[in-house]
Design a protein around this ligand. Sequence first.
Ligand SMILES: Nc1ncnc2c1ncn2[C@@H]1O[C@H](COP(=O)(O)OP(=O)(O)OP(=O)(O)O)[C@@H](O)[C@H]1O
Length: 249
Amino acid sequence: MIEVQHISKSFGDRTILKDVSGVFEKGKPNLIIGASGTGKSVLLKCIVGLVKPDDGHIFYDKRNFSEGDRDTKIEIRREIGMLFQGGALFDSKNVEQNVRFPLDILTPMSYEEKMDRVNFCLKRVGLENANKKMPSELSGGMKKRVGIARAIVNNPNYLFCDEPNSGLDPQTSILIDELIDDLSEEFKMTTIVVTHDMNSVMGIGERILFIYKGQKLWEGTKDTITHSGVKELDDFVFANKVMRSLRTK
Ligand SMILES: Nc1ncnc2c1ncn2[C@@H]1O[C@H](COP(=O)(O)OP(=O)(O)OP(=O)(O)O)[C@@H](O)[C@H]1O
């Protein structure tokens, strides 16, 4: 479980996050949703330690990440897997080298042990025959799968995914969502997915935080999101014609 308490962040005189609190549960994807530019990625960066909040605390299974000692922070960082927006693969490395990279820099494992783990993860994401392919030879969906294999290769307790569906067609997006959902449960990871994709929300949104202009305005599930009574959330959810047509039924 990850807990954020009263997180605030400004850049210069622009306040980006205001007193955001929330709990992210183990074994399922927890979604952070909201319109573009509302502070979702900054919140995620605060949680993983890429941005330092001005105020507030972040706890990883009760361990204080924001004010913990150096060793605690290093320990927590080693338990984090991250799927970056766009995949962020190394263009000059092939698939297996990309996936092996965290093991090369973070573990003392032998080459054989690393390759066993790499092959296990590639198989788990449905890419068992792609070891030697270069990123330029992969489709967008395959790149995401490689990114996911790399994010889980170190057997993380925490998985963070920033817009995992960006640039993907709707069908591939659903497959990637389902993969993240399945992996979270299978490996008992606390997973946080940043998205503004309503398909993801209705597909895997068992736990959702809605951010509006840097504030958490609502939290709930896909079953309660359509009747939250929060105007700003309704504007977000029903921006899409299909969702509007469902509301009137
Ligand atoms: N390092 C930074 N310095 C200054 N401003 C920043 C920095 N990082 C983010 N911002 C600003 O913070 C605001 C929120 O950005 P953020 O990336 O969190 O939005 P978002 O909700 O994730 O949007 P999107 O869905 O478009 O990615 C934006 O106006 C952005 O310009």
